[in-house]
Design a protein around this ligand. Structure first.
Ligand code: SF4
Length: 350
């Protein structure tokens, strides 16, 4: 039996005060934390329910970018008209993840902070360096089908499970956080960590900091050539074996002015390599360049036996996603039956 207190602050200042208590954790949608508590992987002593904070708005920024409230639900974000129009990559990535029910509950801030789905991490009967630093990593030499091929360490080979974060990495989002010490912003590339010798630290967000919003820079020039390609064990409700986010800015002359790529399912954080993107810049779309880009993105990739296949799979997925992006962004509105509040959702059919 673990004593647990539950508090419901009504504003950010009160929430930031509550989180300073020993063993306190924020809870919003609860789609990951509740699972972790059931499995006794995380045992907070105080839950600070932040669902009543006014952090759920989605609004245009002065520079034309878009601010996503940390408490806006994933579904509301994916189907927001401005996200569909200006950031189709983000919409597609969110809709590739989880299930409609989970997307209706999960928040944007929580999506960023969700923890690895390494099955050893969830099994408190075995060691795990992420759960208990210094105890070992049974995934190395064990079942590693879902695990990392890039950026892993001798302490941990886990992957980050989010689809949304792969798109946010390509979009170069900025994450805003608040604490009693003030506010700061974190470039998305600096949000998630590689495991190194501290795999128990997932992100650069401190325990007493609250994510308040995620800001997307203007990205209209990419909207016509954006693709999120996710390869997984089954067609829905499965984490990525490999995913690829591609954004291309292609001029009227057919030349790629700028390319951005991020990989999911392959590392402890969304994986980007600027040198790989530079190989596409200033060139017309070309299969040979796509292959060179894939090779550079995957430079240094190393399998663990059970996930060796991911190296070839990722290479082919990158080339395929680039070809799809050149052909043009596909509409996400075909899945509008999942929109919260739609006739289908109202009948509980979402
Ligand atoms: Fe734990 Fe990381 Fe090893 Fe999984 S890969 S068992 S999360 S240390």
């Amino acid at each position: 039996m673990n004593p647990l207190s539950f508090v419901v602050p009504l504003d950010v200042a009160a929430a930031l005060a509550q989180i300073r208590a020993e063993g306190a954790r924020f809870i919003a949608g609860g789609t990951n934390l509740v699972d972790l508590m059931k499995e006794r992987v995380m045992l907070p002593r105080r839950l600070v329910d932040i669902n009543h904070l006014a952090l759920d708005t989605i609004e245009v920024e002065a520079d034309g970018g878009l601010s996503l409230g940390a408490l806006a639900r994933n579904a509301a974000t994916a189907y927001h008209p401005l996200v569909l129009e200006r950031y189709p990559l983000l919409s597609a990535a969110i809709l590739a993840g989880a299930s409609p029910q989970i997307r209706n509950m999960a928040t944007n801030g929580g999506n960023l902070l969700q923890r690895t789905r390494c099955h050893y991490f969830y099994d408190v009967g075995v060691p795990c360096n992420k759960r208990e630093p210094g105890s070992g990593c049974p995934a190395i030499g064990g079942l590693s089908r879902q695990h990392a091929i890039l950026g892993a360490s001798v302490a941990c080979i886990a992957t980050h499970p989010s689809d949304m974060c792969v798109a946010l990495a390509a979009l170069e989002a900025v994450v805003h956080v608040a604490s009693q010490s003030g506010e700061r912003s974190i470039a998305f590339a600096d949000l998630h960590r590689l495991p190194g010798d501290q795999p128990h630290v997932d992100t650069s967000v401190a325990p007493d900091e609250l994510i308040t919003r995620i800001v997307l820079p203007p990205a209209d020039r990419f909207a016509g050539h954006s693709v999120y390609l996710k390869l997984r064990e089954r067609a829905s409700y499965a984490f990525a074996l490999v995913s690829v986010a591609v954004m291309l800015d292609i001029g009227d002359d057919g030349v790629i002015r700028e390319a951005r790529l991020a990989l999911g399912g392959v590392a402890h954080k969304p994986w980007r390599v600027p040198e790989a993107e530079a190989l596409l810049q200033g060139a017309a779309p070309d299969a040979g360049r796509f292959a060179a880009c894939a090779a550079r993105l995957l430079a240094g990739a190393q399998g663990q036996g059970g996930n060796d296949f991911k190296i070839v799979m990722a290479s082919r997925a990158i080339v395929r996603a680039l070809a799809m992006a050149v052909a043009g962004t596909r509409s996400n509105t075909a899945q509008a039956g999942n929109v919260p509040g739609s006739a289908l959702a109202a009948r509980g059919a979402a």
